[in-house]
Design a protein around this ligand. Structure first.
Ligand code: NDP
Ligand code: GUE
Length: 297
């Protein structure tokens, strides 16, 4: 193996350390404790795991964690009423509605009912528009975590060829915006892309956000390129039980890449750290205080 393995778990711990310092200062100097509310609809077991680790880490950095769990058959009206209450609650600085929502709920309507200033996922149309026009916004956590790791590894990304595989609103599109903001030449690939292998082979930076276990093989990777693997896929082990794999074949990609993020221990922990960072940022903005440096773009 030649690639540097980018340790997202260790990087995330550093980000949480910075978050904890800011939280301590907000408390001692201003008597404010940042609060994050997570709304979970239904019983999706994978979602429950994320919600638990988010809640635990929120408390560990000194913030308040609020959880609102609902049965999968909750009405849209009731969910919107909950969000209205959280919007009006001065102790809540960040609101996250876990996605995907059950089919009978209009995801766009629900997300856009969140106060944009409390939208720590950065999914509200006004934050999407602000990001797209280069204005100050809440930046989606997963792409933000990826950008932090890329900047840490490369310093400047200016002029690099970046390929993002996946065009979802929560990962692919905002990732492409951030890379463009850092002056990469950005290509967004998706399920209709012709010659995906050829497109990926040109890239200095590959961000894979597809949701297909190990679909990117090492022979698609340009020697020395940086591979950011966003995929979180649970697959069966031959001996029974399951394991997590990314969207890239780790061993074959690591053999040619210059740097690569592992799964688990790469993008995932950074996503949660960035969620906490966004909550502190939102809290400072809400109270007219100076924003913490280095926790957002
Ligand atoms: N680490 C983390 O913190 C997070 C990880 N994830 C993981 O990242 C992955 C992607 O998530 P998300 O963006 O929500 O997924 P979506 O399913 O919303 O989007 C997947 C994208 O991949 C594209 N795609 C599907 N098949 C192919 C193919 N064969 N070739 C090229 N492109 C393809 C789709 O194209 P099209 O639009 O044409 O259908 C789509 O744009 C998942 O594994 C998810 O679990 C997600 C969020 C956070
Ligand atoms: N509104 C909303 N915002 C999200 O940010 C959001 C969401 N909905 N829905 C689901 C996806 C997925 N997601 C992950 C976050 C952390 C890990 C993570 O920490 N993963 C660990 C492994 C965890 C394990 O072992 O299961 C790792 O990669 O090392 C994974 C996935 C956030 N998402």
């Amino acid at each position: 193996m030649t690639a540097t393995v980018i340790d997202g778990k260790a990087f995330a711990a550093k980000v949480r350390g910075k978050v904890a310092e800011h939280v301590a200062r907000l408390k001692s100097e201003h008597g404010i404790t940042p609060g994050l509310a997570v709304v979970l609809v239904g019983e999706d077991p994978a979602s429950q795991v994320y919600v638990r680790s988010k809640g635990k880490q929120t408390v560990e950095v000194g913030m308040n964690s609020y959880e609102h769990r609902f049965d999968a058959d909750i009405s849209e009206t009731e969910l919107l009423e909950t969000i209205r209450q959280l919007n009006n609650d001065p102790d809540v600085h960040g609101i996250l509605v876990q996605l995907p929502l059950p089919k009978h709920l209009n995801e766009d309507l629900v997300i856009n009912s969140i106060d944009p200033a409390k939208d720590v996922d950065g999914f509200h149309i006004s934050n999407v528009g602000l990001l797209g026009t280069g204005q100050k916004s809440m930046v989606p956590c997963t792409p933000l975590g990826c950008l932090m790791m890329l900047r840490d590894h490369h310093g400047s990304l200016s002029g690099m060829d970046a390929v993002v595989i996946g065009r979802s609103n929560i990962v692919g599109k905002p990732m492409a915006q951030l890379l463009l903001g850092d002056s990469c030449t950005v290509t967004i690939a998706h399920s209709r892309t012709k010659d995906l292998a050829g497109v990926v082979r040109r890239a200095d930076i590959v961000v894979a956000a597809v949701g297909r276990p190990e679909m990117v093989p090492g022979d698609w990777i340009k020697p020395g390129a940086t591979v950011i693997d966003v995929g979180i896929n649970r697959v069966d082990k031959p001996e029974g039980g399951t394991r997590l794999v990314g969207d890239c074949q780790f061993d074959s990609c690591a053999a040619v890449a210059g740097a690569i993020t592992p799964v688990p221990g790469g993008v995932g922990p950074m996503t949660i750290a960035c969620l906490l960072a966004n909550t502190v940022t939102a809290c400072c903005r809400a109270n007219g205080l100076a924003e913490p440096q280095g926790l957002t773009v």
